[in-house]
Write a protein that binds this ligand. Structure first.
Ligand code: ADP
Length: 449
């Protein structure tokens, strides 16, 4: 097992990793920018190192500064969390070159899945169903039009290097295609430095359903069921739940086993998520995330497995915690991402939290790094915290979520709590009857159908 882990992240995920380390008896090193000197992960870690000024590129993305922090503190492994360097294959390699463990998958798997075109090809080869589309990158010429016609409009132009919903444009008709191709390519070029784009059939009312996997890197892999993340705004997840209200045990086992088998073949190591769109009973692969995800607590609540702790154990050479037969899905869980944003305009609202009261009680969990008097800096994402609830059934979970949301107090800044208080009372949400465009339609004041 590792002796000392450096946590190359901030906010709630840094605290989440720190908790797992403490329970494993591993010493912790927090790193922070000058803007995060008062952050909770810094206060609770055994040691801390300031790695640079507020801008992420100068601090949390500053590889030489992170290496120096490992050297100074004698850390033997680095946990990247999510975002920042978590899906940077080169960072994983550089750590290896310095005899440091990267707590995550092999660099080759990060690289493979980071290129969406290669990822899709690999998924197809491994027997995972994919969205119909171009076999590889397309250029804004005739062949794009021919492919689009073959797939059938509407089509979606997507960036090969995409992430966070950027570089994605829908073409509803033939006339829209040229513009969609050029705008997506330009956006991709400026956001990711890579203009390659590909085409996919644009699914009209799918759900976003993702499968959590855990691999040992030696050909062993299990799946831990699904999370339904269909409630999205600008392709960003807002509310996640598991199990999905639309999957039964047979459908879950079928897609889960397909994915687990693919991960066994890849000899994948650590935690990973295979994301699908789901429409009319069919799954379509969209991408794989080779890291711990923001919404991982949903799976923890329904399986009882500490994913971050297992991720660390496995990175240190440990075995899978259980066999597939031993995985039991218990009850229902919902996570709300409470952001420091205006609940209507979604304008970020950084600033000082004057009053803070997190809800509690049976089946209520808060993953957050804020406290009363904490100042949310303007430089990073606007997550205040994740409210996660668990219940024996979906109904119990919704009722518990309703009371937990009503109990939670975050004053001094604007938050998205009012949006969640409204959503938990919406008939379509209560019925579990929503798709990936539902929230945008709801927010636009249209009657979502
Ligand atoms: P990113 O890496 O940018 O997040 P994804 O491929 O994961 O991109 O897609 C993000 C979201 O975009 C999905 O959850 C879904 O809402 C939407 N999306 C992606 N592909 C399609 C598609 N073929 N049809 C309809 N919506 C899609």
């Amino acid at each position: 097992m590792f002796d000392k882990i450096l946590i190359a992240n901030r906010g709630e995920i840094a605290l989440r990793i720190l908790r797992a380390c403490k329970e494993l008896g591993i010493s912790t090193v927090a790193v922070h920018s000058t803007a995060d000197a008062d952050a909770m992960h810094v206060r609770l870690a055994d040691e801390s190192v300031c790695i640079g000024p507020p801008q992420s590129k100068d601090s949390y993305l500053n590889i030489p500064a992170l290496l120096a922090a490992c050297e100074i503190t004698g850390a033997d492994a680095v946990h990247p969390g999510y975002g920042f360097l978590s899906e940077n294959a080169r960072f994983a390699e550089i750590l290896g070159e310095h005899n440091l463990h990267f707590i995550g998958p092999k660099a080759e798997h990060i690289r493979l899945m980071g290129d969406k075109i290669e990822a899709k090809k690999t998924a197809k080869r491994l027997g995972i169903p994919v969205v119909p589309g171009s076999d590889g990158a397309v250029t804004p010429d005739q062949d794009a039009m021919a492919i689009a016609k073959e797939i059938g409009f509407p089509v979606l132009v997507k960036a090969a290097a995409g992430g966070g919903g950027r570089g994605m444009k829908v073409a509803h008709t033939e006339a829209d295609l040229q513009l969609a191709l050029t705008t997506a390519a330009n956006e991709a070029k400026s956001a990711f430095g890579d203009a390659s784009v590909y085409l996919e059939k644009y699914l009209q009312k799918p759900r976003h359903i993702e499968i959590q996997v855990l691999g040992d890197g030696r050909g062993g892999a299990i799946h831990l069921g699904e999370r339904d993340c269909s409630l999205q705004r600008r392709h960003q997840k807002v509310w996640e739940e598991g199990p999905s209200p639309v999957l039964d045990a047979t459908a879950r086992a079928k897609i889960g086993n397909t994915v687990a088998k693919a991960m066994q073949e890849l000899k994948y190591i650590g935690v990973g998520t295979i994301e699908f769109l789901y429409e009319d009973g069919e799954f379509y692969f969209i991408e794989m995330n080779t890291r711990i995800q923001v919404e991982h607590p949903v799976t923890e609540m329904i399986t009882g497995i500490d994913l971050v702790l297992e991720q660390i154990r496995i990175a240190a050479g440990g075995d899978l915690p259980m066999t597939q037969d031993q995985v039991v899905i218990n009850g229902h869980s919902i996570e709300c991402r409470v952001n420091a944003e205006n609940p209507v305009s979604f304008r970020p609202s950084p600033g000082k939290i004057q009053q803070y009261h997190p809800p509690g009680g049976l089946g209520v969990r808060i993953d957050s790094a804020v406290y009363q008097g904490y100042v949310i800096p303007p430089y990073y994402d606007s997550l205040v915290g994740k409210l996660i609830v668990h219940g024996k059934s979906r109904v119990e979970c919704l009722m518990r979520l309703r009371r937990a949301l009503d109990e939670m107090v975050v004053d001094g800044i604007e938050t998205t709590l009012p949006l969640f208080r409204a959503l938990v009372r919406e008939p379509a949400i209560i019925d579990g009857d929503y798709h990936i465009h539902w929230l945008e339609q709801y927010l636009a004041g249209q009657k979502a159908d």
